[in-house]
Design a binder for this molecule. Structure first.
Ligand code: CMC
Length: 437
């Protein structure tokens, strides 16, 4: 066997073929098996993509065993400590950290795109007052394509860039509007004089009858720091379910707004972005520390669908580096919100302590993930529970558009079209209805 190849032998026929073994700058070597079917007449079967790399990417690197997360090579803890969310978004989209001038221009352009077309306001009226904000996000983000016909040539790099900028700029405005529709408050326009997270909090909570900035308690430094941090930690996570959805949808040439809308739909699930909302529901259901053993037993019971939300991760099998960073902030935010004695937080800590000592969780390497803590912080910042996954959308938009830009700039990208292992009926003939039993 040649070096840097793998051999696959079909024992049923005795045929053996060699395939290249690709090596990235970091990480697991990857067998390139695109010609497997042509050479050996077989497919690979890997539901859940346990051992399948779906693309090449230079954006984010994860080492799940070591708990490493790098954006464009920079460790997540360094970015979390020193950066703002928009600086990280620039990094993800463009590949390098911006100079001061570049960042200034980027922020200015994002600000300029943050307004919504007035006609979009009417879309919200079509939603019932109790619609889940994620349902509004899927619908309204998808409908953005109806407003930008003249800049939807995906072969034009400038059209792609401006579409990505629009998405990053407008999604917080749509997110805040979704919340305000649900509570019956008038929509608030974005403000150019506020920083990205401040602006979002202002669009969420300011009331026309109240001089918001003077009151100022939603836009204090601890809140802005916490939001920036959460958005940075959630900004990208390589080929997760929603990013893979965005890439698969994009591979058909669909417009970017439709693709990001598909990603929002995928993020909504409780196994993915919906977990932060599910953690709070779970804590409410558990109710008190004396019930923890009962719920841990449920989580371990194979016949019970209950899972400990905010625990476990497909890639991290040691610790989630995002969880380590966020755990510290949790204390700071709760202290500021005078919630450090909040029963819900105390319950969360007790649950965490109990699960971390349990043999089942140790053996299966199930640790608290980022979303075990993010919901607790959002609650302390007065973000309503059904907006938690929407907050994740705002952050992950930076990652989605970066992956979309990367993929669309790759001239050889092909439509994503997995195959299957068919387990249905073999060929059979149509039977007239009067002969069927
Ligand atoms: N509670 C109880 N048991 C669990 C849990 C859990 N949270 N997570 C995994 N397991 C068990 C699972 O039953 C399985 O047991 P067995 O080997 O006996 O069949 C084993 O651990 C491996 O789990 P898996 O489902 O095969 O692992 P996966 O990689 O397919 O799923 C996961 C990863 C995140 C979907 C899963 O751990 C989970 O459902 N966690 C709760 C939801 C959650 O917190 N999701 C947020 C993830 S972080 C944010 C993001 O990136 O979206």
């Amino acid at each position: 066997m040649k070096k840097d190849t793998v051999s696959i032998i079909d024992n049923s026929t005795g045929r053996e073929e060699e395939f290249p073994l690709l090596k990235g700058t970091l990480g697991t070597p990857t067998a390139e098996i695109g010609t497997l079917n042509k050479k050996l007449g077989i497919f690979t079967f890997d539901p859940g993509f346990m051992a399948t790399a779906s693309c090449k990417s230079a954006i984010t690197y994860i080492d799940g065993d070591q708990g490493v997360l790098l954006y464009r090579g920079y460790p997540i803890d360094q970015l979390a400590k020193n950066s703002s969310f928009l600086e990280v978004a620039y990094l993800l989209m463009n590949g390098d950290l911006p100079t001061e001038t570049e960042l200034y221009a980027f922020v200015k352009e994002i600000n300029q795109h943050s307004m919504l077309h007035e006609a979009l306001r009417g879309f919200f009226d079509g939603f019932h007052y109790d619609a889940h904000p994620m349902a509004m996000m899927v619908g309204v983000v998808g409908s953005l394509s109806a407003f930008y016909h003249s800049e939807l040539d995906m072969n034009d790099p400038e059209h792609r860039r401006i579409s990505a900028m629009r998405m990053l700029a407008k999604i917080p405005t749509i997110a805040a509007a979704s919340y305000r529709h649900s509570v019956g408050w008038p929509f608030v326009y974005p403000r150019l004089d506020l920083e990205y997270c401040e602006n979002f909090m202002n669009m969420m909570f300011s009331l026309p009858a109240q001089k918001f900035i003077d009151e100022g308690h939603y836009i204090d430094p601890v809140t802005v720091k916490a939001l920036n941090l959460l958005f940075i930690l959630h900004a990208d996570h390589e080929q997760n379910a929603s990013t893979s959805t965005v890439r698969l949808a994009s591979s058909t040439g669909a417009n970017p707004y439709a693709c990001i809308s598909a990603g929002i739909g995928a993020l909504w699930g409780p196994a993915h972005g919906g977990a932060n909302e599910a953690v709070l529901s779970m804590l409410a259901e558990i109710g008190s520390a004396d019930k923890i053993p009962e719920y841990i037993a449920k989580a371990k019971d194979k016949n019970d669908p209950f899972r400990l939300m905010g625990f476990g991760h497909r890639v991290y099998k040691n610790f989630d580096p995002r969880a380590t960073i966020i755990r510290e902030t949790c204390h700071e935010v709760l202290e500021k919100a005078s919630m450090d004695n909040d029963p819900l937080f105390e319950l969360a800590l007790a649950l965490e302590e109990y699960a971390l000592k349990d043999e089942y969780f140790i053996e299966k390497k199930l640790y608290p993930n980022v979303d075990f803590y993010s919901g607790i912080i959002y609650k302390a910042l007065n973000i309503p529970v059904d907006m938690f996954t929407v907050m994740f959308v705002i952050a992950r938009t930076a990652g989605w558009v970066s992956h979309w830009l990367e993929m669309m700039a790759e001239p050889s990208h092909r439509i994503g079209r997995p195959r299957q292992l068919y387990t249905g009926q073999p060929r059979r003939d149509y039977m007239d209805i009067d002969k069927r039993k």
